[in-house]
Design a protein. Sequence first.
Lengths: 318, 307
Amino acid sequence: MKSETFFTVEMPYRERMEIRRTVYRGGDGPRVAVVAGIHGDELEGLYVCHLLAAWLEELQRNSPSALIGSIELYPAVNTLGLDTLTRGVPVFDTDLNRAFPGSPVGPLPSRLAAALMSALSGSALVVDVHASNIYLREIPQVRINQEFDDTLVPLAQGMNLDLIWLHGAATVLETTLAHSLNSCGTRCLVVEMGVGMRITPEYCDQLVAGLLAVWQEMGVLSPDTLIPAKSHTPLIADDSNVHYLNAQTSGMFIPTASHWTDVRRGELLGRIVSPFRGDILSEVRSPVDGILFTLREYPLVYEGSLMARVMARKGEKQ
Amino acid sequence: MTAPVREGFDIPCHEIGPKSSYPAAAFVAGLHGDEINGVFILSRLADFLNSVEAGKYPELRLLKRVLIIPAVNVLGVNLRTRTWPFDKTDINRMFPGSTTSETTQRIAYAVLEATKRAEYRIDVHTASTDFEEIPQVRLYGPTADEHESARLFGFQAVMERTFSPVFTTTMMCSWKVWPGQSFVLRVGQAGTVQLEHCQRVFRALVSFLGRVGILEGVQIAVEDEEVCFFDKPSAFRVIAEKAGTFVSDRQVGRWVSVGQELGYIYDSFGGNVIEKVVSPVAGLLTGIRRHPLLFEGDLILRVNRKS
């Protein structure tokens, strides 16, 4: 195990910002990477990196030859954001995941993006772990731009997650890490799970099992290495079967349905209420039979705030 | 729109001049709540045009309808935040918007609907709170008409830029789908009112309205400076090779010579001079850093060389 600094910059008053990765080198097999903390309010991926580090360190102690390739962990890319509870890059007020592929000369987020691109380029597989935001809870899922679905869906199928969401190409998403890596031939999967500023240990365990399984399949880990069993098979969603529920009015959203449960068309999912009055401002009902895979975590809503997403099961009549 | 625990809110606008189904000119500012120069300029323009309509300037006549939205991000202006304060999203990354999606997308949709049919559409911005830009027209992939009309503001600098993917959800990009001409103005820095810049831009907007035939009777001053068109390769940037405290008393909009001293970087702890900052070329100082604290690699200033 080796800790390396892949980007460093001098700050105005006597400090340096250093962004580190942890590298586990085995043999000449494929090189893979996990990236987390691009958004400073998303912590799920940091815990995933810890669990992987703990598992790999035990592997190196007990069975050092089992690691055939190399595994790189980038747990805290937006170091200053994570240190200060800030989603974007502090001072620069920039969403780092809209700064890729970046440039060696330019604003700090752009240089950091370029350094990360350079560090990851050539990996056999990169997994970029996100945790929704502070407003919404997400079931563990892989999100794939349909531009790259041929190569990425087979990998995502083995990731032990609950959902694969294929989304249409949006030009603005070309500035993400995943799109930039996939465009230059380095395969990258985006995982979304949990909620911002919190850790969901069972989701993290689930993803770790999936990562180890995929890496074993790729030849990063020897075939006889004992890894946790997979227990989840993903459903497939795309723009045709995902239904968004946005708030009709402002107030407090109080859910009545549980996350990741089957719901029926017309079923009550929650209510919008006022803290000033006793009546109910709006009822939120499912538009279809399906699965409630996104549920609002932060109660206050403005008109238009997303409260839930329901996925109709593919092939089922609505 | 309603709000969770306060009164409902709206985005007020001025509609001035003869009634018509859509405005001849639409002015928008304050998509970012901290860009106060634009809010101030457009509120002053509204006051002026309302005075014209009230007959206080008998030599002037408003021939066509003008729409002015001094601030789109109303709560952001009141709370001094660039983004929409509730969810910290950038309204100028939400276009073309929609009537059924997130709050900021609904706001974007409403602003686009109100402005998109105007013959001339002008979106006023500033740089960030860290940097000061010369008042300028920014053209993004301009049509021949836009290229020609950009001169009519009479600014020293017209900056020509190409669209990057990150701009595809901006209001300017949505405007360009529609017939008519679209311009972004960038004026000074965020977080303050820079009176000299604001007065200059106010005069420029009145001149523009006169030149395109919307405001009759405007006395157009003969410009004492030519309008320079600058493309990206004409820009020479000075980047901080070391971190520290940058201090300069230079003003944007001045012509500088190669090697001319423009500021100093000091060691923030030791107080000693680390670097003398000089102009890399002879040209127009079009932007300079105003926040003193520098990270290594930060942009300090930009000089544009005349082609």
